[in-house]
Every structure is written in structure tokens, then in C-alpha cells.
Design a protein around this ligand. Structure first.
Ligand code: G3D
Ligand code: MG
Length: 192
């Protein structure tokens, strides 16, 4: 007996961090999403099998044009179950701005599971280095510190993962982690 779940997932984060690239990598080369002109968001569906008894269907939304219109953002966030919050490990600003994205998310949807993604690791000179705010690139340790900070400040479950949409490293894993987080919330709801 298989349990099937459908979750709406949104990709958020600053421009140029690799949201569209991650989505395309995850969906595969054959992907062609329905581009919804009126709201300026792409969405597409992909299923993943987590175990013999759990199949997850993701409806993945990626904001494209006209992101400043309030109505667009409301439609974008409406009914969202989970989030992929992406920053670019080569640009510290995008890392710092994750706080603002969290604020917007909470304001629009409430406290839902988040996978925090440090993307473009193929470009980073080294993964391991102690925190240093003067450096433009962001280390793995800094990402882990950010994860704990956001989790405490916003009181949401967060999984942290680093990816490369270019090489594909950890891309499937990022979506899988979100699936596990979402299933957890479903189970929590059932047992209340
Ligand atoms: P966005 O959707 O968040 O705005 P995009 O970002 O997916 O459009 O990506 C912005 C640019 O970064 C693109 O370059 C894309 O190819 C590149 N990019 C995305 N992810 C990675 C990655 O993991 N590694 C590397 N090296 N580049 C990445 P262009 O030149 O097409 O604008
Ligand atoms: Mg994009």
C-alpha cells in the first residue's frame, strides 16, 4: 500500500543564486515547465519515491518575472508546504539576505519546513575554513551556523545542504531532504 503526497514547494533567495538552475537539474534535461505569464512564475511537477510506501509529488514554483508585485508574491506563496531557500556560497550578501527571505516567508505562509541551500560549491576555493565576514565566499561551517541561527530565530525545522547545480552534486539530495521534512510534518499532523 503506497502513500502518495502532493506538496507545493517554492524556491526563494536572491537573484542569480541558482534557483532556476537547481530546479532544472532536479527535473532533468527534458523538463519544460508551464510558464504562467500572468503571474510570472514557473511551475512543474516531479515525483520521487522515498520508500516502498511513500511517493512524493512535488509541485515546484520558481518566481520569474515581476517579483515586486504584491499579488504575484501572494499567489506564489499560497498553499506552500515547504521551501528551498538558496544562497550563493560565492556571494556573502546572498547569504546574509536569507534572513529577509525567512521574514517574508513567515509573513506570507507561516512556519513551514525549510531546506537551506548553499549553491555553487563548484566555484568555491575551499569548503572548510573558519568564519570570516571579510571574505566574500562562505564556508560550510558558516552555513551550519546560519542554519542554527535561523532555526532558533524563526522556530522552523531547517536542513542545511550545499549543492552545485552545475555538477549536480547534492541536488537530488536537497529535494529528498525536503521530502523527509515534509513527511515528518504530515506524520505530526496525523498524530495530534
Ligand atoms: P536564479 O534563478 O536564482 O536567479 P539562475 O539563478 O538559476 O538563473 O542562475 C544564475 C547564474 O548562475 C546562471 O549563469 C547559472 O548558470 C549559474 N549557476 C547556477 N547554479 C550554479 C552552480 O551551482 N555553479 C555554477 N558554476 N554556476 C551556477 P548564467 O551565466 O547562465 O547567467
Ligand atoms: Mg530564476
Amino acid at each position: 500500500m503506497r502513500n502518495m503526497y502532493l506538496f507545493k514547494v517554492v524556491l526563494i533567495g536572491d537573484g542569480g543564486v541558482g534557483k532556476t538552475a537547481l530546479r532544472k537539474k532536479f527535473m532533468g534535461e527534458g523538463f519544460s515547465g508551464a510558464y504562467i505569464m500572468t503571474i510570472g512564475a514557473d511551475f512543474a511537477i516531479k515525483s520521487i519515491k522515498l520508500s516502498d510506501d511513500a511517493q512524493i509529488k512535488f509541485q515546484i514554483w520558481d518566481l520569474a518575472g515581476q517579483p515586486h508585485f504584491k499579488a504575484v508574491r501572494e499567489a506564489f506563496y499560497k498553499g506552500t508546504s515547504g521551501v528551498l531557500l538558496v544562497y550563493d556560497v560565492m556571494r556573502r550578501n546572498t547569504f546574509k539576505n536569507t534572513v529577509f527571505w525567512m521574514e517574508e516567508l513567515i509573513k506570507n505562509v507561516g512556519r513551514i519546513p525549510v531546506v537551506l541551500i548553499g549553491n555553487k560549491i563548484d566555484l568555491r576555493p575551499m569548503a572548510d575554513a573558519p568564519p570570516d565576514p571579510r571574505r566574500s565566499w562562505v564556508s560550510n561551517e558558516e552555513g551550519q551556523i546560519l542554519k542554527r541561527y535561523l532555526e532558533e530565530r524563526f522556530d522552523v525545522p531547517i536542513v542545511f545542504i550545499e549543492t552545485s547545480a552545475k555538477t549536480g552534486e547534492n541536488v537530488d539530495l536537497a529535494f529528498q531532504e525536503l521530502a523527509y521534512l515534509l513527511l515528518q510534518t504530515v506524520k505530526n499532523i496525523k498524530t495530534i
